[in-house]
Design a protein around this ligand. Structure first.
Ligand code: G3P
Length: 218
């Protein structure tokens, strides 16, 4: 399986509204044989990007509800229907209480959605590994959005997160994220044993996102 490079659009102005499709089109032009590229658009542009691009799409969140009377909620079943392939859960910008998280993971699995659960500490990594998601993304909160990458700041803790996941849930793949901004960061993450990266501002805010990604994935 190819390493996953998942670009989280968050709700940056550069990746929201009318700009989302333009950014997704640039990313879609990046050719790579070695990586699985995917995007997580803002929830309001997810359907549009699933309809208009061939990129693998993750939703930035899902709720623990089935379709029905749930105003303002996001059912996994509808994500599946609009062409979403996976879901990011428990991002440090959108934490979910553990009990609810386990229900949402089950609902997503029932819809055959790839579950990617974020964790910002080793004890959280251990806890979420007990729910056996497809992926755990280890992202120390204090490094998110900055220019020092998780692999430069503390390579040892990335290795530790991977070891913890392997001992609790051997089939769960581990990504790392926070401050990832170069080919070196990506290679370093893979060398440590991660099966990909989760990144955001380095792509979204790049002057030329296509060129940036081509260099990163070269
Ligand atoms: O979801 C990705 C993330 O939180 C890392 O963000 O901007 O540090 O790459 P960034």
């Amino acid at each position: 399986m190819k390493p996953l490079v998942l670009i989280n659009f968050k709700t940056y102005s550069e990746s929201s509204g009318d700009k989302a499709l333009e950014l997704a089109k640039q990313i879609a032009q990046v050719k790579t044989k070695d990586y699985q590229l995917a995007i997580a658009p803002s929830l309001l542009t997810t359907k549009e990007l699933a309809d208009k691009t061939r990129l693998m799409i993750f939703a930035q969140h899902a709720d623990g509800v089935l379709s029905g009377a749930h105003t303002g909620h996001i059912p996994a079943s509808e994500l599946r229907e609009i062409g979403v392939k996976g879901v990011i859960l428990n991002h440090s910008e959108y934490k979910i209480p553990f009990l609810e998280l386990s229900q949402i993971i089950e609902l997503c699995k029932a819809q055959w959605l790839i579950t990617l659960v974020c964790a910002s500490t080793i004890s959280e990594v251990k806890h979420v590994a007990e729910y056996h998601p497809d992926y755990i993304a280890y992202e120390p909160e204090e490094l998110i959005g900055g220019n020092v990458s998780v692999v430069d700041a503390d390579a040892h803790i990335v290795t530790k997160a991977i070891r913890v996941v392997q001992s609790v849930s051997p089939k769960t793949k581990v990504l790392c994220g926070a401050g990832i901004h170069s080919r070196e960061d990506l290679q370093h993450a893979l060398a440590l044993g991660a099966e990909g990266v989760l990144l955001a501002h380095a792509v979204v805010k790049a002057n030329d996102p296509k060129k940036f990604l081509e260099r990163m994935l070269s």
